[in-house]
Design a protein around this ligand. Structure first.
Ligand SMILES: [Zn+2]
Length: 364
């Protein structure tokens, strides 16, 4: 029995009682039920441990809408208040806005919103009626995920789900696989390794909008149960101009009608329904872009040139020409910028954008 003695000796040599900081990206998930008070407020407790650097609150109910509104730190200080962002032209999170069935809040959103301090935090969420007004005494299922810090490279689990047996179509599955390889390079350059899986989903090829919500996403996520699910369809809700859509900014890691990203293969392939090299590149960028939304990124500027993300290092512009000149190569630019023969590669992310991705609890 030499081993226990050896361990004991090593223990003596280190001679310290300080708990070591272990940045292993491990998550602790807690699920419980709460009832909102008469004013529709849910008081959600969040226990943050020493090594935790991010948490996500997902609040869900069977019908009606929800929002996440306020974050209080262990000292009772307000760290986030939706009213501060109500009339802002900068977008921080969609958690403030009434969403059907599920509300998702990841905190911190940006590096500058952190770091977390250990102790008992409180998140205030609201149960709302269909018009967005508070509705009291409503049951909600709450999922609290706390994540330990991550050292070095992080990883994200992504499942690509083919609708309508599209995996059997070699033109489509070949292009999706080639695009996935490029997506691995795009995220890999920013320290995030994709852990990709491929499955077949028995749903219609015209897939629903995950932002609006559809039970199909809940059913698919229920089966897969982790990470981000990207559904490849022929089109998204019949739109001829929608490349893809994410279920939320950020999106949930529990089964819900918003738990997925939808991507149209046909709009990328074009009228010949065959993929050129450039079209594969845009497909890769669409998957990376939509999952960027799912992880919490907004467009650096919306295409009305009137609303921006809340990040300090994405250039601020107010007109088409200036915005394309400044940001056409950014992964989160609102549309592909294409000339007669090719499109500008959109793979760039600023440090602050990478910070948002790295703080999402699904990245670990
Ligand atoms: Zn977008």
């Amino acid at each position: 029995m030499a081993t226990p003695l050896l361990l004991l000796a090593l223990g003596c040599l280190t001679g310290t009682t300080e708990p070591a900081v272990v940045c292993d990206g491990e998550v602790v998930t807690e699920t419980f039920s709460l009832k909102s008070d008469a004013d529709g407020v849910l008081e959600i407790p969040v226990t943050v441990d020493d090594n935790d650097d991010a948490f996500m609150i997902t609040t869900a109910r069977s019908a009606g809408t929800l929002s996440s509104d306020v974050i209080l730190d262990p000292e009772g200080s307000v760290r986030l208040d939706w009213e501060d962002w109500l009339s802002a032209r900068d977008s921080l999170t969609n958690a403030f806005f009434a969403t059907t069935e599920v509300s998702v809040l990841n905190w911190p959103v940006r590096d500058e919103d952190g770091p977390l301090t250990a102790g008992d935090w409180t998140v205030l969420a609201s149960t709302l009626d269909d018009e967005g007004y508070p509705k009291g005494r409503v049951d909600a299922d709450v999922t609290v995920v706390t994540r330990s810090c991550v050292q070095g490279r992080a990883s994200l689990i992504v499942t690509i789900a083919y609708a309508d047996s599209l995996d059997e179509d070699r033109e489509v599955s070949g292009a999706v696989e080639a695009a996935a390889e490029r997506w691995i390079e795009i995220y890999g350059a920013y320290g995030i390794d994709l852990d990709l899986r491929f499955v077949s989903a028995n749903i219609d090829g015209s897939v629903a909008e995950p932002l609006i919500g559809d039970e199909e996403y809940a059913a698919i996520y229920e089966e897969i149960g982790e990470g981000v699910v990207v559904v490849i369809g022929e089109d998204v809700a019949g739109f001829a101009d929608l490349y893809g859509e994410a279920g939320g900014i950020p999106g949930p890691y529990v089964a819900s009608s918003h738990s997925g990203v939808a991507v149209s293969w046909l709009i990328h392939a074009g009228t010949d329904a065959a993929f050129s090299d450039d079209e594969v590149q845009v497909l890769a960028e669409t998957m990376a872009h939509e999952v960027g939304h799912y992880l919490g990124l907004f467009h650096p500027v919306e295409s009305d040139w009137n609303y921006w993300d809340a990040l300090g290092d994405t250039k601020r512009c107010t007109a088409t020409g200036a915005c394309e000149a400044a940001l056409a190569d950014n992964l989160m630019f609102p549309y592909p910028v294409c000339g007669a023969n090719s499109c500008t590669a959109q793979t760039a992310l600023s440090d602050d954008q990478v910070g948002v991705l790295q703080l999402n609890v699904g990245v670990r």
